[in-house]
Design a protein around this ligand. Structure first.
Ligand code: AMP
Length: 602
């Protein structure tokens, strides 16, 4: 029920006093976007004035925008590698931030095949928490009664390591779920989860998923929303249910917990609440044993009002599958964030996925935007230190234009290129709203893996060495992220030149080629294959000779210039995929898991 509050918001009537305050905060920040940005920059620069990094550029204590822009270079992760190495190796001096670096957050972006290490400071947790606290007040504007039930969220912690200097390195969500902010969060009727903390925090992914699913089934009728961070994660949960519903139903029937749940804390926590419930077990058995799983989510959790998952960017490929399993429930994309910084939220979360826009919150960091003109990229736009490019401020971006996002954070990243391309769709007050267009240089992505063109090229080269003994080589290749199966997998189409048809590469060799490609891909990919089971075995589809020429003919018939034609290294356009698939002569899958360990290789 909406409250008639003196704090009533232009966004809509808040559901409770607490929501009113959150909505008012959004209004204040977005109305004063410009002054908030100036304040944020001044705060960051004055706090970090004595850091080695800012001193290097002779800021001399200046905190104004003009000096900042004229003296500090635009940078990428590679530029910061020396500083990051020193911090990782134990140098505790104020290199990037005056406040101690509390840990590294491991981004899904990679550098030299390993996850990037993003330094962070303690107070960033508060900033992240603040953004989280705005999500439900906004959602409550659109969906009533979320305080009358629970959320079934599949949330997981991942492995963490220590750098040589002793700092923890782990994903940002692992850091958040393990923090007191999350573990000892005060009771909020609008934010009750079916998963106990013990299940979320269990490091074993099977035990964690199993118990989260079990609790979600036990609380089935109370579930009002279902989610995971990304669409791929929610589909993995559905796949898990397909594989494990018999055992889950057995546990419900008997009131005894699967012996594979061995984590003592988790076991104790679940056993306490698990009572025989033959009726529920029968229901789950009845629904899951049907061949047709269409609409399974609303059949098992009939009160679900929406799915809370990110389906923008690379995750858009999962929308049809989610629609299939959920009977077309609304898909809510609530926030836009990264390991480096949490950026903003969707003020209209029940909109269609194609219309999702994120409003950047000006208090999170100092934001700049580089106008993105794709042709400048290929000519190697000069981001030299002497000539800083003309970057646009948050409030000055223009509707309809595309930009690359740069951030200056409290943790010490200055004018750092995030790598995301965003398009301005409008403004909320004076804060712009962005459609997430894509991540730069990402060719293939199934889960949080991001494979670029160079990585794919190296992988193909490495694998094709195995063809030498057959006197064969790869003449052309392209790829596709196949998400029709769960988990999805990479498909690489190969056209081969076989010089001796009596010795053409056999299935064994091509399977080994699949594995060799996987071994060459970055550690996020290999972690997805090995530890998270979120990516299926890589597949090579060998196509008939002449297929890539046909591909070129097709592109030219659709207007491509014959001089400038380049083989696309990734294809998503259905007619082209159909053409490729109709020319496949054999398909081969990786026969084993590639190597992966949580330890970094450098
Ligand atoms: P990471 O650095 O591993 O935390 O990944 C952060 C990246 O994930 C961002 O820079 C985006 O490329 C992507 N991402 C995060 N949130 C969204 C979203 N809501 N929609 C699309 N892509 C997103």
């Amino acid at each position: 029920m909406a409250v008639d509050s003196p704090l009533s918001s232009p966004l809509g009537p808040p559901a409770c006093e607490k929501d009113a305050k959150a909505l008012q905060f959004i209004e204040e920040m977005t109305r004063n976007a410009e002054s908030v940005q100036q304040r944020v920059l001044a705060e960051i620069l004055s706090r970090n004035a004595e850091t080695e990094y800012l001193r290097r550029f002779q800021l001399n204590g200046a905190t104004d925008r003009e000096t900042f822009k004229s003296k500090l270079p635009v940078i990428t992760y590679e530029d910061l590698q020396p500083e990051i190495h020193r911090i990782a190796n134990g140098d505790r001096s104020a290199i990037l931030s005056a406040q101690p670096i509390s840990e590294f957050l491991t981004s899904s972006g990679t550098s030299a095949g390993e996850r990037k290490l993003m330094p962070t400071i303690k107070e960033e947790l508060d900033r992240r928490q603040l953004l989280y606290s705005l999500l439900m007040p906004v959602m409550n504007l659109y969906v009533a009664g979320l305080d009358k039930g629970k959320g079934l969220y599949f949330l997981f912690v991942k492995s963490e390591t220590r750098t040589p200097g002793g700092l923890l390195a782990r994903p940002v969500l692992t850091s958040y779920y393990k923090s007191d902010h999350f573990k000892t969060r005060p009771y909020d009727p609008y934010n009750v989860y079916t998963s106990p903390n013990e299940a979320i925090l269990c490091p074993d992914s099977f035990q964690s998923m199993y118990t989260q699913m079990l609790c979600g089934l036990l609380d089935g009728h109370q579930v009002l929303r279902l989610g995971a961070v990304f669409a791929s994660g929610l589909l993995r949960a559905i796949r898990f249910l397909q594989l494990n519903w018999r055992q889950l139903a057995h546990d419900m029937e008997t009131g005894s917990l699967n012996l594979k749940i061995t984590d003592p804390l988790l076991r104790e926590c679940i056993v306490k609440t698990l009572k025989p419930n033959p009726e529920l077990a029968q229901f789950v058995h009845h629904e899951c044993s049907k061949d047709d799983w269409e609409g399974i989510i609303v059949r098992i959790w009939p009160n679900t009002k929406y799915l809370d998952v990110i389906v923008t960017g690379a995750m858009a490929q999962y929308i049809p599958t989610l629609d299939y399993y959920s009977g077309g429930l609304p898909l809510a994309c609530t926030m836009y964030a990264s390991s480096e910084c949490y950026f903003g939220l969707n003020l209209n979360p029940m909109c269609k996925p194609s219309e999702v826009s994120y409003t950047i919150m000006p208090n999170m960091a100092y934001f700049e935007f580089f106008p993105h003109e794709p042709n400048l990229d290929s000519t190697g736009f000069d981001f030299t230190r002497e000539l800083p490019p003309k970057l646009v401020d948050l409030v000055d971006v223009e509707v309809g234009k595309e930009y690359e996002l740069l951030i200056t954070t409290y943790a010490g990243l200055c004018r750092y290129r995030v790598g995301d391309i965003l398009r301005v769709t409008g403004f909320h007050n004076s804060a712009p709203q962005f459609h997430f267009v894509r991540r730069k240089n990402v060719l293939l992505s199934i889960d949080s893996d991001k494979t670029d063109e160079a990585e794919l090229q190296t992988a193909v080269e490495n694998a094709s060495h195995l063809l030498r003994e057959h006197n064969a080589s790869v003449v052309e290749y392209t790829s596709h992220a196949d998400t029709k199966t769960i988990p999805g997998h990479y498909v690489v189409y190969w056209e081969l030149l076989v010089k001796d048809s009596t010795n053409s590469p056999d299935n064994d060799t091509l399977e080994q080629c699949c594995l060799a490609m996987e071994e060459s891909l970055n550690s996020v990919y290999r972690q997805g294959r090995v530890a998270d089971n979120s990516i299926g075995p890589l597949e090579i589809r060998v196509v008939k000779n002449g297929t890539f020429e046909e591909l070129m003919d097709y592109a030219i018939s659709r207007g491509a210039s014959i001089n400038q034609y380049k083989v696309p290294r990734c294809v998503n356009f259905t007619p082209i995929l159909e053409l490729l698939d109709s020319r496949v002569v054999s398909a081969h899958f990786s026969p084993a898991l590639p190597h992966w360990s949580p330890e970094r290789s450098q």
